[in-house]
Design a protein around this ligand. Sequence first.
Ligand SMILES: [Zn+2]
Ligand SMILES: [Zn+2]
Length: 165
Amino acid sequence: MRLNARFFEGALPACRIEWSRRLSRSAGNIDVGKRLVKLSAPLLLDAFADGREHIAVGVRCRSSGEAVEEILKHEMIHLWLFERGLPCGHTPDFRRKAREIGQLKTRHDIARPLPKSGWIYTCARCQAQVVRRKKFGRARACARCCKQFSRGQFDACFTLRGRKI
Ligand SMILES: [Zn+2]
Ligand SMILES: [Zn+2]
Protein backbone atom coordinates (compact mmCIF):
# COMPACT_ATOMS: atom_id res chain seq x y z
CA MET A 1 0.00 0.00 0.00
CA ARG A 2 0.93 3.62 -0.32
CA LEU A 3 1.72 4.05 3.39
CA ASN A 4 3.69 0.82 3.40
CA ALA A 5 5.91 2.07 0.58
CA ARG A 6 6.28 5.55 1.94
CA PHE A 7 7.01 4.83 5.59
CA PHE A 8 8.07 1.20 5.79
CA GLU A 9 9.98 0.65 2.54
CA GLY A 10 7.24 -1.74 1.45
CA ALA A 11 8.34 -4.20 4.12
CA LEU A 12 4.91 -4.98 5.52
CA PRO A 13 2.67 -7.88 4.47
CA ALA A 14 -0.88 -7.18 3.35
CA CYS A 15 -3.39 -6.68 6.15
CA ARG A 16 -7.14 -6.84 6.34
CA ILE A 17 -8.81 -3.69 7.55
CA GLU A 18 -12.22 -3.80 9.17
CA TRP A 19 -14.45 -1.15 10.62
CA SER A 20 -15.80 -1.83 14.07
CA ARG A 21 -18.81 -0.20 15.70
CA ARG A 22 -17.98 -1.75 19.07
CA LEU A 23 -14.40 -0.55 19.30
CA SER A 24 -14.62 2.76 21.10
CA ARG A 25 -11.86 2.89 23.68
CA SER A 26 -9.18 3.33 21.08
CA ALA A 27 -9.37 4.47 17.50
CA GLY A 28 -7.80 1.31 16.21
CA ASN A 29 -6.01 -1.90 17.06
CA ILE A 30 -4.14 -4.64 15.30
CA ASP A 31 -3.87 -8.38 15.70
CA VAL A 32 -0.35 -8.81 14.31
CA GLY A 33 -0.71 -12.61 14.11
CA LYS A 34 -3.92 -12.45 12.07
CA ARG A 35 -2.76 -9.33 10.23
CA LEU A 36 -6.06 -7.72 10.99
CA VAL A 37 -6.52 -4.02 11.70
CA LYS A 38 -9.73 -2.80 13.27
CA LEU A 39 -10.75 0.83 13.02
CA SER A 40 -13.28 2.40 15.35
CA ALA A 41 -16.25 3.82 13.48
CA PRO A 42 -17.44 5.88 16.49
CA LEU A 43 -14.04 7.53 16.95
CA LEU A 44 -12.86 7.86 13.39
CA LEU A 45 -16.13 8.61 11.62
CA ASP A 46 -18.71 9.89 14.09
CA ALA A 47 -16.28 12.04 16.08
CA PHE A 48 -15.46 14.08 12.98
CA ALA A 49 -19.08 14.73 12.09
CA ASP A 50 -18.78 17.98 14.05
CA GLY A 51 -16.42 19.29 11.36
CA ARG A 52 -13.80 20.20 13.96
CA GLU A 53 -10.15 19.25 14.34
CA HIS A 54 -9.23 16.41 16.65
CA ILE A 55 -5.88 15.15 17.83
CA ALA A 56 -4.89 11.55 17.15
CA VAL A 57 -1.48 10.17 18.16
CA GLY A 58 -0.33 13.73 18.78
CA VAL A 59 -1.21 14.88 15.26
CA ARG A 60 -3.89 17.45 14.46
CA CYS A 61 -6.35 15.89 12.07
CA ARG A 62 -8.86 17.95 10.15
CA SER A 63 -10.93 15.07 8.85
CA SER A 64 -11.64 11.44 9.49
CA GLY A 65 -9.54 10.64 6.40
CA GLU A 66 -6.49 12.21 8.00
CA ALA A 67 -7.16 10.47 11.33
CA VAL A 68 -7.58 7.09 9.63
CA GLU A 69 -4.21 7.56 7.96
CA GLU A 70 -2.51 8.37 11.27
CA ILE A 71 -4.12 5.41 13.03
CA LEU A 72 -3.16 3.07 10.20
CA LYS A 73 0.42 4.29 10.44
CA HIS A 74 0.34 3.68 14.19
CA GLU A 75 -0.95 0.12 13.79
CA MET A 76 1.56 -0.50 10.99
CA ILE A 77 4.41 0.29 13.38
CA HIS A 78 3.19 -2.53 15.63
CA LEU A 79 3.28 -4.88 12.65
CA TRP A 80 6.63 -3.55 11.46
CA LEU A 81 8.18 -4.41 14.85
CA PHE A 82 6.49 -7.82 14.87
CA GLU A 83 7.79 -8.64 11.39
CA ARG A 84 11.30 -7.82 12.56
CA GLY A 85 10.94 -10.14 15.54
CA LEU A 86 10.94 -7.29 18.04
CA PRO A 87 8.56 -6.74 20.96
CA CYS A 88 5.66 -4.96 19.34
CA GLY A 89 4.17 -2.85 22.13
CA HIS A 90 4.73 0.87 22.63
CA THR A 91 8.43 0.27 23.21
CA PRO A 92 11.31 2.74 22.76
CA ASP A 93 11.75 1.30 19.23
CA PHE A 94 8.08 1.99 18.61
CA ARG A 95 8.39 5.58 19.80
CA ARG A 96 11.49 6.20 17.71
CA LYS A 97 9.75 5.01 14.55
CA ALA A 98 6.60 6.94 15.44
CA ARG A 99 8.57 10.17 15.82
CA GLU A 100 10.34 9.47 12.54
CA ILE A 101 7.01 9.41 10.73
CA GLY A 102 5.73 12.48 12.53
CA GLN A 103 3.68 11.05 15.39
CA LEU A 104 4.43 12.56 18.76
CA LYS A 105 2.28 10.35 20.91
CA THR A 106 1.17 6.76 21.18
CA ARG A 107 -2.19 7.50 22.73
CA HIS A 108 -4.63 6.65 20.03
CA ASP A 109 -7.98 7.58 21.26
CA ILE A 110 -9.49 10.61 19.60
CA ALA A 111 -9.32 13.61 21.86
CA ARG A 112 -12.08 16.11 22.39
CA PRO A 113 -12.41 18.54 19.52
CA LEU A 114 -10.24 21.61 19.57
CA PRO A 115 -12.27 24.65 20.55
CA LYS A 116 -13.11 27.03 17.72
CA SER A 117 -11.15 29.72 19.44
CA GLY A 118 -8.71 29.67 22.29
CA TRP A 119 -5.06 28.97 22.92
CA ILE A 120 -2.91 26.02 22.13
CA TYR A 121 0.25 25.66 24.20
CA THR A 122 3.18 23.50 23.20
CA CYS A 123 6.08 22.32 25.33
CA ALA A 124 9.33 23.09 23.52
CA ARG A 125 10.91 19.93 24.85
CA CYS A 126 8.37 17.10 24.57
CA GLN A 127 5.90 18.76 22.17
CA ALA A 128 3.00 17.97 24.50
CA GLN A 129 0.05 20.21 23.77
CA VAL A 130 -2.43 21.82 26.11
CA VAL A 131 -5.55 23.40 24.74
CA ARG A 132 -7.28 26.17 26.67
CA ARG A 133 -10.23 28.38 25.95
CA LYS A 134 -8.53 31.27 27.69
CA LYS A 135 -4.98 32.48 27.75
CA PHE A 136 -2.93 31.51 30.81
CA GLY A 137 -2.52 34.48 33.15
CA ARG A 138 1.14 33.75 33.81
CA ALA A 139 3.89 31.58 32.36
CA ARG A 140 3.23 27.88 32.75
CA ALA A 141 5.63 25.02 32.28
CA CYS A 142 4.96 21.53 30.99
CA ALA A 143 3.82 19.46 33.98
CA ARG A 144 5.23 16.25 32.60
CA CYS A 145 8.71 17.62 31.90
CA CYS A 146 8.87 19.42 35.27
CA LYS A 147 7.91 16.19 37.00
CA GLN A 148 10.46 14.20 35.08
CA PHE A 149 13.40 16.60 35.13
CA SER A 150 13.00 19.05 37.99
CA ARG A 151 11.22 17.13 40.77
CA GLY A 152 7.92 18.75 39.97
CA GLN A 153 9.28 22.28 40.47
CA PHE A 154 8.50 24.96 37.90
CA ASP A 155 11.37 25.12 35.43
CA ALA A 156 11.43 27.88 32.84
CA CYS A 157 13.20 25.52 30.40
CA PHE A 158 9.85 23.84 29.88
CA THR A 159 7.74 26.93 29.46
CA LEU A 160 4.70 26.35 27.30
CA ARG A 161 4.53 28.52 24.21
CA GLY A 162 1.08 29.71 23.33
CA ARG A 163 -0.51 30.34 19.97
CA LYS A 164 -4.00 31.61 19.31
CA ILE A 165 -6.33 29.34 17.38
ZN1 LIG B 1 -0.64 1.06 19.72
ZN1 LIG C 1 7.18 18.76 28.14
